[in-house]
Design a protein around this ligand. Structure first.
Ligand code: AMP
Ligand code: TRP
Length: 329
């Protein structure tokens, strides 16, 4: 069976963009592939989060994975930091990748600007190599991600190819999988920038745990243009195009059908319809979430996930260290 792997950092509150860009794909694919979905808590350390807050967020992320529809039967769900073989492989790959490659990563350029005053950690710079290790250690065939992570998956491909060439066939070459619509959901208050769970202004984001009336208000007050024509045109009408994308993803209706459906409607009518869909999604997720966190479901799912993923990851890490000639592997 082919393998799917992906992860999300437990920094900030999960948004509808994480759902549309990533989690929705995980759920659609989990029955067709052997699936590995983890909480990328080691990646969160790159920006020095508060430890107590981080601990809470890790649990919340797993709870939300399950509430969104991932299940511990079809998918191995685990915490990255509990699997020591990820950083073990990452070190080997750091010594087989180059500073020039890291310098080309657009996310590093953006994030290092953001953290310039509190200090840019070495971990933030080498973060894409740890991500490469996460992927290659399971011989993942596909990696469902939003567009911002595509460059990192391409780096993983390059590192895998180089390693295979130098040390003999070791890694599968992974393929990034982007959603057909919604690979880049934009901020509701500034549709020229992406919706991000670490954004300071909560008004531009819909969080999966937002109260329903607040989520509705955010959609209703999303920035649009003054034309009042529901037409997909990301350059000239970024706000309304973003709303069309969100609606398309939540209803699985095509953009053309949506344009037709709202041909004679004003933005208020359209926004109300989107708000209805968002409300249905959030209500469903939240009902499940508040049930899941009541008992030990999360612990059981994580225990099962870490047991199996440790076995697989250990084998690959040992194989690599053996090939590199270190230790007695
Ligand atoms: P992050 O929030 O950066 O930890 O991203 C977690 C997953 O959600 C990754 O697969 C991202 O590519 C995806 N993602 C994050 N932000 C967006 C966005 N604005 N639109 C679509 N996908 C996104
Ligand atoms: N870097 C990803 C993010 O910020 C999370 C991540 C870590 C990941 N390792 C991964 C995603 C491996 C896919 C595959 O969202």
């Amino acid at each position: 069976m082919k393998r799917m792997l992906s992860g999300i950092q437990p920094t900030g509150y999960l948004t509808i963009a994480n759902y549309i860009g990533a989690i929705k794909q995980f759920i659609e694919i989990q029955k067709k592939y052997e699936s590995f979905i983890f909480v990328a808590d080691l990646h969160s350390l790159t920006v020095n989060p508060n430890p107590n807050h981080l601990r809470k967020k890790i649990r919340e992320t797993v709870g939300l994975y399950l509430a969104c529809g991932l299940n511990g039967k079809d998918t191995y769900i685990f915490n990255q930091s509990e699997n020591i073989y990820h950083p073990m492989l990452s070190w080997a790959l750091e010594c087989n990748s180059y500073i020039g490659e890291m310098n080309r990563m657009t996310q590093f350029k953006e994030k290092s600007q953001k953290h310039i005053t509190d200090g840019v950690t070495t971990g933030l710079f080498t973060y894409p190599v740890l991500m490469t290790a996460d992927i290659l250690i399971y011989d993942a065939d596909i990696v469902p991600v939003g567009i911002d992570q595509k460059q990192h998956v391409e780096l993983a491909r390059n590192i895998a190819e180089r390693f295979n060439h130098k040390y003999g066939n070791t890694f599968k070459i992974p393929v990034p999988l982007l959603p057909e619509t919604g690979a880049k959901i934009m901020n509701l208050q500034d549709p020229t920038k992406k919706m991000s769970k670490t954004d300071e202004n909560p008004k531009g984001n819909i969080y999966l745990l937002d109260e329903l009336n607040i989520a509705r208000k955010k959609i209703m007050s999303a920035i649009t243009d003054s034309e009042s024509i529901v037409k997909f045109d990301p350059i000239n009408k970024p706000g309304i195009s973003n709303l069309i994308t969100i609606y398309s993803s939540l209803t699985n209706k095509s953009i053309t059908i949506i344009e037709k459906e709202f041909e004679n409607a004003n933005y208020g009518v359209f926004k109300n319809k989107i708000a209805d869909e968002v409300e249905i999604l959030l209500k469903n997720i939240q009902t499940k979430y508040f049930n899941i966190i009541k008992d030990d479901t999360i612990e059981k799912v994580l225990d099962k996930g870490i047991e199996r993923t440790t076995q697989i990851a250990k084998e690959k890490a040992y194989e690599v260290y053996h090939k590199l000639g270190v230790g007695r592997y």
